[in-house]
Design a protein around this ligand. Structure first.
Ligand SMILES: Cc1cc2nc3c(=O)[nH]c(=O)nc-3n(C[C@H](O)[C@H](O)[C@H](O)COP(=O)(O)OP(=O)(O)OC[C@H]3O[C@@H](n4cnc5c(N)ncnc54)[C@H](O)[C@@H]3O)c2cc1C
Length: 468
C-alpha cells in the first residue's frame, strides 16, 4: 500500500501549511532523505524540516486525515531502514530541532529537543562533570531522538544501561497530531503507565519524540583501560563470564574475534601476540585510589586458561590507539564488504561460548566469512556476514545462514536485536521471538497511538491477523 494521496498533491498541499525554507519538495532534494545506513532507499514526496513541536502536530494531523505515511528521521545513521520512507509520503526531519531546553546540573538532568547530536549532550554535560550514558559509536552524527527511538546504547550500557534506564520523561506527538507529556522530571515516579519506556525503542511507529529529559551521571575521577589477549574466542568468552561475575562492573567490556583482529591488523600495527584468537578491551572507573583494586579484580577474573597477554596502556595516546582498534572495525569491514549483513544479537553472557561455537559451525556450513565483535559485557555481539549482495548464490546461502543464526540465538534465550532495532530489515523475523498474544497486544497499542497507521509504516511489527 502506498500513499493514497499523490506526491504532487502532498507537495502542493503542504506548501500551504509550511514555509518554503522548511519544506523540500523537489525530487532531487527529497532523494537525500530517502536512505539510511541500511542502504535501502525510497523516495519521499516531501520533507518537512520541522523547527517547532506545533508544526509536527500540524503535519501529523494533516497526514492522519488523509492517511499519508510519515517517516521520522534524525540523521539517518540507523542500520535497519528505520528512517527510509518505504511507502513514500512525508519524511519528518528533526535535524533542525537542536535546542537545549534546560540544563540542570543540580538535579542531574538535561532537557533537549530531538535533533540534538549525542556528542553535543556529552560536551555540555561534561562542563558540569556529568555525562549521559548512551554512547553509540556514531555519537558525533546521531541524534538524541534517533537514540531514543532505537534504544541505541553503545559500550557503556554494561554499567549504566540504555536510554530506557537514562531518560526521565518525554514530550511527543501521536499519530493524530495530539501532543503529550509522559514520565517525570524526577528519578522516582510511578504515576500512570510507563509511556516513556514504551515510546523509547518504538522506532517512530507510535509517536514522534519532540523533547526528552535525560538523566545524567557524574563522570568518574579516573578510568583505566586493559587489553586482554586470548588464544581462542572460547577463552575470551569464559573470561567475560568471570569478569561479569565479580562485583566490579566494568565501564566497558568489548570483545573482538580472530577475524575482526585480522581485519584491523592488516591496516594498523596492534602489537598483539602472534597467536591471538580474541581480545577483550576492558575499562574500569572510580576514584583514583579505588582503581588498583578494580584493575587487579578484572585481571584475576580474566586470567583463565588461554590468556596470552595483559596490557595496560598508560599515556592517553596509547589508550586512544588501543580504542582505535575497536573504533575502526566497522568502517574497515564496510570497506572490505560494502554490502555486509550486520546483526546485533544478544545472548545471556554465559551463553556467549555457545553462540560463538554455533556461529563457527554456520560459517563452515555455508562458506560465509563471519566476523564477530561487540559489547560482550551485555552479551551483545555484532555478527557480520561479509557477503557480496551482487553474488546471488552467496546471498541465498546468507539468507539461510541468517535464519539459522536467529534460531541459534533464540535457542540460547537471546534476543534478535540489542540496540539497532527492528526497522524493516528484521521485521519478518520477530514473530519468532514474540508470542502471538504479545504481538496482538502490541498491535492494539499501535492502534491507540496511531489509528491510521501513518507512522513509519512497514516497520517493526510484522503483519498479524488479530486474535479473538
Ligand atoms: C558508524 C556507525 C556506528 C554506530 N554505532 C552504534 C552503536 O555503537 N550503538 C548503537 O546502538 N547504534 C549504533 N549505530 C546505529 C545508529 O547510529 C543509531 O541507531 C542512532 O541512534 C540513530 O540515530 P539517527 O539520528 O541517525 O536516527 P535515524 O537513523 O534517522 O532514525 C532511526 C530510527 O529512529 C526513528 N526516529 C528518529 N528520530 C525520531 C524521533 N524524534 N521520534 C521518533 N522516532 C524517531 C526513525 O524513524 C528510525 O526508525 C551506528 C551507526 C553507524 C553508522
Amino acid at each position: 500500500m502506498s500513499s493514497p494521496v499523490s506526491s504532487s498533491a502532498i507537495a502542493s498541499e503542504l506548501r500551504k501549511l509550511f514555509t518554503k525554507s522548511q519544506l523540500l519538495t523537489h525530487p532531487a532534494a527529497c532523494n537525500a532523505y530517502g536512505y539510511d545506513n541500511s542502504r535501502m532507499h525510497a523516495q519521499p514526496a516531501a520533507v518537512l524540516l520541522a523547527e517547532q513541536s506545533d508544526e509536527i502536530s500540524t503535519l501529523l494531523h494533516w497526514c492522519y486525515q488523509r492517511r499519508v505515511p510519515v517517516t521520522c528521521r534524525g540523521r539517518g545513521t540507523g542500520t535497519t531502514g528505520g528512517s527510509v520512507p518505504l511507502l513514500g509520503g512525508v519524511v519528518l526531519s528533526l535535524e533542525r530541532m537542536q535546542r537545549i531546553i534546560d540544563f540542570d546540573p543540580a538535579n542531574r538532568t538535561m532537557t533537549v529537543e530531538p535533533g540534538v547530536i549525542n556528542s553535543a549532550v556529552q560536551s555540555l554535560a561534561a562542563t558540569a562533570g556529568l555525562f549521559w550514558p548512551p554512547d553509540p559509536t556514531s555519537r558525533d552524527a546521531c541524534t538524541i531522538g534517533g537514540n531514543l527511538a532505537c534504544n541505541a546504547a553503545g559500550a557503556r550500557a554494561v554499567k549504566y544501561g540504555t536510554p530506557r534506564e537514562n531518560t526521565l520523561g518525554l514530550r511527543a506527538v501521536d499519530g493524530r497530531g495530539r501532543s503529550l507529556r509522559c514520565g517525570c522530571y524526577t528519578t522516582k515516579g510511578v504515576v500512570g503507565y510507563d509511556l516513556t519506556r514504551l515510546l523509547i525503542g518504538s522506532e517512530g511507529t507510535l509517536a514522534v519524540i519532540t523533547e526528552a529529559t535525560l538523566k545524567l551521571h557524574p563522570l568518574a575521577a579516573a578510568r583505566r583501560t586493559l587489553r586482554l589477549s586470548y588464544d581462542t574466542i572460547h577463552s575470551a568468552a569464559t573470561a567475560v563470564t568471570r569478569i561479569m561475575g565479580q562485583p566490579i562492573i566494568p565501564y566497558t567490556l568489548e570483545m573482538m574475534d580472530k577475524r575482526a583482529i585480522a581485519m584491523v591488523r592488516d591496516r594498523y600495527p596492534l602489537g598483539l601476540p602472534a597467536n591471538t584468537g580474541a581480545l577483550l578491551l576492558v575499562e574500569v572507573e572510580g576514584s583514583v585510589e579505588s582503581l588498583d583494586a578494580a584493575v587487579a579484580a578484572v585481571i584475576t577474573a580474566g586470567s583463565v586458561s588461554g590468556l596470552l597477554e595483559q596490557l595496560e596502556p598508560h599515556t592517553q595516546a596509547e589508550i586512544d590507539r588501543l580504542w582505535q582498534t575497536r573504533k575502526v572495525l566497522s568502517p574497515t569491514l564496510r570497506q572490505i564488504a560494502p554490502k555486509k549483513i550486520n546483526e546485533d544479537v544478544v545472548v545471556p553472557i554465559t551463553a556467549i561460548p555457545d553462540l560463538i561455537e554455533g556461529l563457527a559451525q554456520i560459517e563452515a556450513t555455508y562458506h560465509l566469512p563471519i566476523v564477530n565483535f561487540g559489547h560482550a559485557g551485555n552479551g551483545n555481539i555484532h555478527v557480520n556476514l561479509l557477503i557480496d549482495s551482487d553474488d546471488v548464490a552467496q546471498m541465498q546461502r546468507a539468507e539461510v545462514a541468517l535464519s539459522e543464526i536467529f534460531t541459534l540465538v533464540l535457542s540460547l534465550k537471546g534476543t534478535l536485536s540489542g540496540e539497532h532495532g527492528v526497522g524493516r530489515s528484521k521485521r519478518d523475523y520477530i514473530s519468532r521471538e514474540l508470542d502471538p498474544v504479545s504481538l496482538d497486544l502490541m498491535w492494539a497499542i499501535k492502534n491507540q497511538f496511531d489509528p491510521a497507521h501513518i507512522l513509519n509504516p512497514e516497520k517493526s511489527l510484522p503483519y498479524q491477523t488479530p486474535l479473538n
